[in-house]
Write a protein that binds this ligand. Structure first.
Ligand SMILES: Nc1ncnc2c1ncn2[C@@H]1O[C@H](COP(=O)(O)OP(=O)(O)O)[C@@H](O)[C@H]1O
Ligand SMILES: [Mg+2]
Length: 102
C-alpha cells in the first residue's frame, strides 16, 4: 500500500506557559488523504511542524515506521523527513528558524 501510517499518541505542545494542544491521539492511515481543519491560530501549523520534526512536543509520541520522531536521532529524523513533502500556504520560510538557517 502506498503512503505511510502516522501514529500520534498523547501529544502535547506548549510555548512557555501557552499550551497549544494537549493529549492529541490519532492515526493517519496510509494511502488516504487526511485533512486538518480549524480556525486561525488553533495550532494546525504547530501540529504539522511537529509531524516533520521541526518542533518538539514535550509529551507524547509520533510514530512512523516504528520510529518515534519525538525521541529519535537527528540522522533517523533526516531519513524519515524524506517521506514528507510540504507545500507552504504562503512564502517558504520556516518560522522556527532564523534568517541564516532558512
Ligand atoms: N514558535 C512559536 N513560538 C511561540 N508561539 C507560537 C510559535 N508558533 C506558533 N505559536 C502560537 O501557537 C498558536 C497556534 O499557531 P498556529 O499553529 O500557527 O495556528 P494555525 O492553526 O493558524 O496554523 C498561536 O497562538 C501562535 O501564536
Ligand atoms: Mg497555519
Amino acid at each position: 500500500m502506498p503512503g505511510v501510517e502516522v501514529r500520534v499518541e498523547g501529544l502535547t505542545k506548549s510555548f512557555g506557559r501557552a499550551n497549544i494542544w494537549s493529549d492529541v491521539t490519532l492515526t493517519l492511515p496510509p494511502g488516504e488523504v487526511s485533512v486538518l481543519l480549524g480556525p486561525s491560530g488553533t495550532g494546525k501549523s504547530v501540529f504539522l511542524k511537529s509531524l516533520i520534526g521541526l518542533l518538539k512536543p514535550e509529551k507524547g509520541s509520533i510514530v512512523i515506521h516504528d520510529t518515534d520522531l519525538v525521541r529519535c536521532s537527528e540522522n533517523r529524523l533526516y531519513e524519515i523527513r524524506k517521506l514528507f513533502g510540504v507545500l507552504f500556504q504562503d512564502g517558504a520560510l520556516f518560522g522556527s528558524m532564523n534568517l541564516y538557517d532558512n
